[in-house]
Design a protein around this ligand. Structure first.
Ligand code: PLP
Length: 455
């Protein structure tokens, strides 16, 4: 692509290194430069309007123009623009937020530790687990089990937990002590004649075997997203979480629920853990926590996790961990207001209701020749694109069809995201029934256009 010298696009290409982007091809593909947002829509610098059907990065729960969040941030900036949580310091906003999170947690939780990104929250979870094992006199109990296609972030530890090849390749990851067990994607992974329940039983039994092979007393924790997001929106098969939790209980292994995407209504309940009967010892939260207006994340821990950590910090004299901006008052004020709005407007029930409309509408596309599977729950969904539905085969190379349909959707005013050939949709929670119908119509039209294009 060629751009006017000094245009935003030309300057982006000249100066900006993007994450999750082919850096060599960025000039060829060109940046989509967004100017402003209105509700579920964003508008680019040329005036083109898009339904942001990914809510940014699975995150802008309240849409792109919620004035109350701007006011909450402004008010807090005027009153106390920064304070921290080190060395026994605190401030009212973070106390309110910690209390609120413990109150709404789906299982009894004890304390909240604040961080700035999902990656930092998961990194912190891993460090605190090691710290706890040392506190308990179990220095060998340090390994963490994650899942293939799970996504937990990009710092050295959390990228190691992530089970996606591109987060490891050429980064010399994963680090030692992180193990990956099977992905719970029934459609892709099940054996012939294996029911969903049987598939879940097999995955739990493979987990059990992995623990046995490694030595149960070396495994400290298991981490999983209630519904996998960036791995392609993988909804767990029936009975999966029950069976996995039974294995973890048997060996006294902690469970971390990564609620970074699922938290705050995404699956039609306040937390994904509620949707699937998950009883975590630790939970990581971010994204919809502040509707992504400002960066904030949190790690919640139960008393079983907290007590040994408190003892160890007492022994050492301090808990030698913490981020300058962890518990920052301004994103904390925005998070409190976000939760307040979600509660006041009944957006969790709304997500369940319009989510059902989205899921039903997408499932009507199952007969389309390019659609292999439609999956999802609440307001998170994916279409698995295939070149041949009967054979479940992708267009060669994998991801080509996903990129094609994603591009056509963008031309048709929809921002979605393809992970390979899985095309994800995760719109803001405020989406209305009429907007869901508009989105569905654009998706159907884009699939037809893609079909015509590949012949
Ligand atoms: N965990 C999950 C489930 C995520 O989806 C993400 C980001 O997409 C992360 C963790 C990492 O969060 P961040 O990008 O804020 O570091």
């Amino acid at each position: 692509m060629t751009y006017q010298p000094n245009s935003p696009e030309a300057r982006d290409i000249a100066y900006h290194l993007h994450g999750y982007t082919n850096a060599r091809r960025h000039d060829e593909v060109g940046p989509l430069v967004i100017d402003h947002g209105e509700g579920i829509h964003v508008v680019d610098i040329h005036g083109n309007r898009y339904i942001e059907a990914m809510a940014g990065l699975w995150s802008v729960a309240l849409g792109f123009s919620e004035k109350r969040l701007v006011d909450a941030a402004t008010k807090q900036l005027s009153k106390l623009p920064f304070y921290h949580s080190f060395t026994h310091k605190s401030h009212g906003t973070i106390i309110d937020l910690a209390e609120k999170l413990v109150t709404i947690a789906p299982v009894p939780m004890s304390k909240v530790f604040f961080t700035n990104s999902g990656s930092e929250a998961n990194d912190t979870a891993m460090k605190l687990i090691w710290y706890r094992s040392n506190a308990l006199g179990q220095p060998q109990k340090k390994k963490i089990i994650s899942r293939l296609r799970g996504y937990h972030g990009v710092t050295i530890a959390s990228a190691s937990l992530t089970g996606l090849p591109n987060n490891h390749r050429s980064f010399d990851l994963p680090i030692a002590g992180v193990l990956h067990t099977g992905s719970p994607h029934y459609w892709k992974e099940h054996r012939p004649d294996e029911s969903e329940e049987d598939f879940a039983t097999r995955l739990a039994s493979e987990l059990d075997q992995l623990i046995q092979a490694e030595g149960p007393d070396t495994i400290a924790a298991f981490i999983g997203e209630p519904v996998m997001g960036a791995g392609g929106v993988v909804v767990p098969p029936r009975t999966y979480w029950q069976k996995v939790q039974a294995v973890l209980k048997k060996y006294d292994i902690l469970l971390i629920a990564d609620e970074v995407i699922c938290g705050f209504g995404r699956t039609g309940k306040m937390f994904g853990s509620e949707t699937y009967g998950i009883e975590p010892d630790m939970m990581t939260l971010s994204k919809q926590l502040s509707s992504s207006y400002l960066p904030i994340s949190a790690l919640m821990i139960n008393d079983r996790v907290f007590q040994p950590i408190a003892d160890e910090s007492n022994k050492i004299g301090t808990l030698g961990h913490g981020f300058t901006a962890g518990g920052h008052p301004v994103p904390a004020a925005v998070a409190l207001e976000t939760i307040k709005i979600i509660e006041e407007r009944g957006l969790v029930a709304h997500a369940a209701e319009v989510g059902a409309r989205l899921q039903t509408g997408l499932r009507r596309l199952t007969d389309h020749p390019l659609v292999g599977e439609v999956r999802g729950v609440g307001l998170i969904a994916a279409i698995e694109l295939v070149a041949d539905a009967a054979k479940r085969s992708a267009l060669d190379p994998v991801g080509k069809l996903g990129t094609l349909v994603n591009g056509i959707l963008q031309k048709n005013g929809v921002i979605s995201r393809n992970m390979g050939d899985a095309l994800a949709f995760c719109p803001p929670l405020i989406i209305t029934a009429a907007e869901v119908d508009d989105l569905l119509a654009r998706i159907a039209r884009s699939l037809d256009e893609a079909r015509a294009e590949i012949g």
